[in-house]
Design a protein around this ligand. Structure first.
Ligand code: ADP
Length: 913
């Protein structure tokens, strides 16, 4: 008997005593049990050693039927009376001690009195039979379970396992059953699957961790263990009665079968520990194998998924066969219909540029086990597509016949593409940096100082030095001495505030200074400590100089405007000043600051203002400038004449926003002009002395003749009242005529009014003729006066227009008289005529004096130009006349007509109001 058997006996709590009795009974037949029965099968006497194994060992005074000695199920075997049993072998279970049945076999034989029942112990015989049957069943179960677990599909494995556990539980009457496996981290045991009878309490649940308690039972040979005997199992069984069976493989115990609420020796008394171990092995071995298979499968699946996801896959080189095997995923990626291909074909698929190197490396790997790492391009099945980049890695593993050459390929097209994009972007950026007008720099922070570590290529063209020539001291030395404070402050501020903008001058290698705009930012690490400064220098020399020039020119213009002798101002269309310089303020007798808000119109008469505003109204964005002489009434001065130039400033819609004006005081010039006109007038008057004398003489002569005639009549005494009256009237008429001439002279001699007035130009002709006609005729000049039958108004001064006409007529007279001096029969005439059209009236003065030398024609309107002898001509007549006509808005022109000069005064007609 092995030690295991002994242990089994111990475990299964077999009763060695029973075997003893059995052995004894078997060894001494006839000395089993003798029972004397009466005809009614009542026990009359008991004898034999087996008697002591029975519950009823004695015969009672009142005999009881044999039935009462038997286990209830045995009673059926002894129906009827002993006589009926003759010839039958009777297997009877007697009630033994401790309620244990005592299996006996016997037969009856008649006796003189009653019957004798002789019985032998057949307990062991039965036991063996039962055990054999149990073992047989167990074998069957074992095969079935193992088969089921082995053959089922992997997805069904958990269900099949549960079913088998259930089956086991049913067959062996196990209320709670479970299989415990090592958990994944091998840190302890875990309930892998469990089953229970429908009325059994829940002892375990799926995945329940059981700790390492089971391991301590594992020191000796694999044995089923009973929880009651092993304190450490009590936790696992929740203090219920239980039983564990190990399964051991090459690595040791790999699984446990747990049976809860299970007094094994009672429920399965016939199963040996070997049976249990076999049973467990039938369960665990296929289960573990299937689980390993499952894990392997999952692992493969994972690998496959990973390979597909990564665009990667393994490959293996079979050097002896010159063949290469590719993982299925890889083969399909490359459009190969099978995984195996000759190395030669494989190399064909590789881009020619990479082919030789790959071949050499593969050989090196094969011959010298040199690890392979290479990036190659693999041509696509579709040649039109660009090749795929793979990273190829390979190594030799194992040695001798086990040596294998395997590796993997990883699709790195994405990375390569990104690399290429990054490289392009980088190149672009480099290009950008290099070609940017700015210098980009990086300065590393070292213990409070910033050391240059990078300059973009644009540094060299800008400043003529490069990073290699650069040290912090050199940089400082290059900064303009006047700007060094700003430079140091820039660094301090950068470190303090993290960013800075500064402007300083830096010397280039030729010694010229550049204005640099320096913008820098400090980069810090996770702890907030400065790491480096990144910044850029922008050459702002031109901008700075331009700004300086603008500033200077602004200053110059400001001074120019401020100090200009001209009046400069800006005002709004409603004539409100927004700015005025000092000279304007001086004219207006206030401070320049007081000017804004003042209205220019307040110094104009309503007509002046109206004329001024209407002139502004004609400004357009295209014709934005207008110049005029304006007339104002300034404080303390009677009249001021300003030559005033306005420039309109317009918005996008062409609306007038404001006016910028420059003015010059023209009052003095005006006065001088007036004086000149006056003196010219006086000259004209002087010039007319002769004509005037004649004008006055004529009436005087008439009057003298009248007086002489009257006196003669009076001397004759022949005085008639009518005659006297007639003579006196004539005298009176002549007096009036003389008085008119004198009056007109006086009017003409006066200074002109300041303001122009509307008047009829024909009155000027009349006035002129009144002054000159008699004198001219007296000199033998014919006057041809036109008949102008119209009435128009022009603006100006009637006396000034008269002065013009007088000048023209006097010039004509001079030319005619000069001509007659040489040519006596000459008949001189002067024609004076007027005509009009819609806008203009024209006065003509023409003579037959021969005209003006064409070479002089240009010059005759110049002041002081004269062809007359000194003291006779002043050369002012035409020039003053020209000014007068122009002042009236008209034009004085001359041309040579058939016989002489022909002057034309053209004046705008005032619209009839
Ligand atoms: P002045 O009469 O004092 O010479 P004006 O300015 O009046 O000055 O005239 C300038 C010149 O124009 C005259 O000297 C003369 O030569 C020329 N002139 C003007 N009117 C006539 C004319 N009707 N015929 C020819 N020459 C003329």
């Amino acid at each position: 008997m092995s030690s295991g058997d002994t242990l089994l006996g111990r475990l299964l709590q077999r009763q060695p005593a029973k075997a003893l009795i059995t052995g004894h009974a078997m060894s001494a037949p006839g000395v089993g049990l003798h029972i004397q029965l009466d005809a009614a099968a009542r026990v009359m006497h008991l004898a034999g050693p087996l008697r002591h194994a029975l519950a009823r060992q004695a015969v009672s005074a009142q005999p009881v039927p044999l039935r009462d000695y038997l286990m209830p199920h045995s009673c059926l075997s002894i129906e009827g009376s002993p006589g009926d049993w003759i010839g039958h072998s009777l297997d009877l279970d007697f009630q033994g001690l401790g309620d244990q049945p005592v299996h006996l076999r016997g037969w009856v034989q008649p006796q003189a009195e009653g019957w004798l029942l002789q019985l032998l112990d057949i307990g062991d015989l039965l036991l063996e039979r039962r055990q054999a049957r149990s073992r047989e069943q167990c074998q069957l179960l074992t095969t079935q379970i193992s088969e089921q677990l082995r053959l089922c599909s992997l997805p069904r494995l958990p269900q099949v396992l549960t079913d088998q556990l259930q089956l086991l539980a049913q067959r062996l009457h196990i209320p709670c059953i479970a299989v415990a496996l090592l958990d994944e981290q091998a840190q302890g045991w875990q309930v892998h699957q469990h089953a229970r009878a429908f009325d059994a309490p829940q002892l375990w649940h799926l995945g329940q961790r059981l700790g390492t308690g089971l391991d301590t039972l594992n020191s000796g040979a694999p044995q089923p263990l009973i929880s009651g005997e092993h304190p450490r199992l009590q936790d696992i069984f929740g203090h219920a009665e239980g039983f564990v069976v190990p399964y051991q493989d090459a690595q040791g115990v790999a699984a446990w079968l747990l049976c809860g609420f299970y007094p094994v020796q009672q429920r399965a008394p016939d199963l040996s520990h070997r049976d249990w171990l076999q049973l467990m092995a039938a369960l665990a071995a296929p289960l573990l194998e299937r689980l390993r298979e499952q894990r392997h499968h999952l692992h493969l699946e994972r690998l496959e998924a990973l390979q597909t996801l990564l665009g990667t896959g393994w490959w293996e080189l079979f050097g002896d066969r010159h063949e290469l095997q590719l993982a299925p995923s890889l083969a399909s990626d490359l459009g190969l219909d099978r995984g195996f291909l000759p190395v030669r074909d494989w190399l064909e698929r590789v881009h020619p540029a990479d082919r030789e190197e790959l071949n050499a490396r593969l050989l090196d790997l094969q011959d010298n086990s040199a690890p392979l790492l290479l990036c190659i391009r693999v041509l696509q099945a579709d040649a039109a597509q660009s090749p795929t980049w793979y990273r190829l890695q390979g190594q030799a593993i194992g040695a001798g016949t086990q040596r294998r050459i395997i590796g993997f390929m990883l699709d790195i097209s994405d990375i390569k593409n990104q690399q290429q994009h990054a490289a392009t972007a980088h190149a672009r950026l480099d290009n950008l940096i290099a070609s940017s007008p700015a210098v980009i720099y990086v300065q590393r922070y070292v213990e409070g100082a910033l050391l240059p570590t990078f300059f973009s290529d644009s540094l060299l063209p800008l400043l003529g030095f490069s990073l290699a020539d650069c040290s912090p001291a050199m940089l400082v030395e290059r900064v303009h001495p006047d700007d060094r404070d700003q430079y140091f402050e820039r660094t301090r501020q950068l470190l303090r505030q993290g960013s800075v903008q500064a402007r300083y001058r830096m010397r280039d290698s030729l010694g010229d200074y550049h204005w640099l705009l320096d913008e820098a930012r400090l980069l810090r690490d996770d702890l907030g400590l400065p790491v480096e400064a990144v910044g850029l220098w922008l050459d702002v020399t031109e901008a700075t100089q331009a700004a300086e020039q603008v500033r200077q020119s602004e200053e110059r213009y400001r001074l120019l405007v401020e100090d200009s002798p001209a009046m400069i101002c800006r005002y709004l269309p409603d004539l409100t000043l927004t700015f005025g310089n000092r000279p304007l303020a001086a004219y207006l007798e206030c401070e320049p600051q007081a000017l804004p808000g003042v209205n220019l119109g307040s110094w104009m008469s309503p007509e002046q203002r109206e004329a001024f505003v209407s002139r502004l109204g004609q400004l357009t964005p295209e014709f934005a400038v207008s110049t005029a002489e304006i007339n104002l009434q300034l404080p303390g001065r009677e009249h001021a004449w300003w030559v005033w130039s306005d420039r309109g400033v317009f918005d996008d819609q062409g609306r007038l926003l404001e006016i910028q004006a420059v003015g010059r005081d023209n009052t003095e010039v005006r006065r001088a002009q007036q004086q000149l006109t006056q003196s010219a007038k006086m000259a004209t008057l002087g010039e007319m002395a002769t004509g005037l004398a004649h004008e006055i003489n004529q009436p005087l002569n008439v009057m003298r003749m009248a007086v002489v005639n009257v006196l003669k009549r009076l001397g004759n005494g022949d005085v008639q009242v009518d005659y006297l009256t007639e003579k006196l009237k004539r005298i009176d008429a002549q007096v009036q005529r003389a008085a008119r001439v004198v009056d007109h002279m006086r009017v003409f001699g006066r200074r002109s009014e300041i303001e122009q007035q509307p008047f009829n130009p024909l009155h000027a002709i009349e006035g002129t003729l009144a002054l000159l006609a008699e004198g001219m005729r007296g000199k033998g000049l014919e006057l041809r006066i036109g008949e102008a039958g119209f009435e128009v108004q022009v603006r100006g001064h009637v006396d000034q227009l008269e002065q013009v006409l007088i000048n023209l007529m006097v010039n004509a007279r001079d030319a005619l008289l000069a001509k007659r001096e040489d040519d006596h029969p000459f008949q001189p005439w002067i024609a004076l005529d007027a005509e009009r059209d819609a806008q203009h009236v024209r006065l003509w003065v023409e003579d037959n004096g021969g005209g003006i030398d064409p070479r002089l024609m240009e010059r005759i309107f110049e002041p002081f130009f004269t062809t007359k002898p000194v003291c006779v001509g002043t050369g002012l007549g035409l020039s003053v006349s020209y000014g007068i006509v122009e002042n009236m808005g008209g034009r004085l022109s001359v041309s040579n007509a058939a016989h002489g000069a022909r002057f034309c005064i053209e004046l705008p007609i005032l619209p009839q109001s």
